[in-house]
Design a protein around this ligand. Structure first.
Ligand SMILES: [Zn+2]
Length: 157
C-alpha cells in the first residue's frame, strides 16, 4: 500500500532553511514528530540538534536528551496522538540519497517500531522524504515525491 505523508508547512520551511545552510557544515539532525492517519502519516514537528549530539563531518549521532523530551511533550500535548515517527539528518557533502549506513539504520528502526516510519535527508539546496515500511524479509525504502500543497502542508506520496 502506498503511504502519503502530509508535512506541515512549518516543518517544510525549517527543512528548506536547513537545505540552504547545511553545505560544508558538520552533519545535523533530529527526530520527526507526527501522527498516523490510517495508512497515511502526518509530520507536524521536528527537533533541532542540541549540544549533547555528536555532529561530525560525515555522521550525526543523536544523543541530546532534548529529542526524547520533545517527543514526550508532543505526546502529552496531543493527548497521545503525536509522537516520534522518524528522523532527519543532513548530508552537507552529498545529495538526497541514503548511505548504506542510513538504509541499515532506517530498516532496523522500522523493525524495532513495527510500523511505517518517515525519514528526511537534507542536502545543499534540496531535501527529500522516504517512507520505510515493515516487510519480510526486510523493510522496504521508498522515496516520495510532492503530490500537492494545501493550507496545512504539502502532501508527499
Ligand atoms: Zn546519511
Amino acid at each position: 500500500m502506498r503511504t502519503r505523508v502530509l508535512v506541515h508547512h512549518a516543518v517544510s520551511e525549517s527543512l528548506d532553511l536547513a537545505a540552504g545552510t547545511c553545505s560544508a557544515m558538520p552533519e545535523a539532525g533530529g527526530i520527526l514528530l507526527g501522527a498516523y492517519r490510517g495508512a497515511d502519516m502526518e509530520v507536524t514537528g521536528r527537533t533541532d540538534p542540541g549540544p549533547g549530539d555528536e555532529r561530525q563531518l560525515f555522521s550525526f549521532t543523536r544523543a541530546d536528551p532534548l529529542h526524547d523530551a520533545a517527543n514526550r511533550e508532543a505526546w502529552h500535548a496531543s493527548g497521545g496522538t503525536v509522537s516520534y515517527v522518524g528522523e532527519w539528518h543532513t548530508h552537507p557533502w552529498s545529495g538526497v540519497e541514503p548511505s548504506s549506513t542510513d538504509a541499515a539504520t532506517w530498516r532496523s528502526e522500522t523493525k524495532r517500531c513495527g510500523r511505517p516510519m518517515v525519514f528526511a535527508l537534507v542536502a545543499p539546496g534540496e531535501w527529500g522524504l522516504f517512507v520505510v515500511r515493515p516487510r519480510w524479509p526486510r523493510p522496504s525504502i521508498s522515496r516520495l515525491v510532492v503530490l500537492e500543497a494545501g493550507d496545512v502542508g504539502v502532501v508527499h506520496g
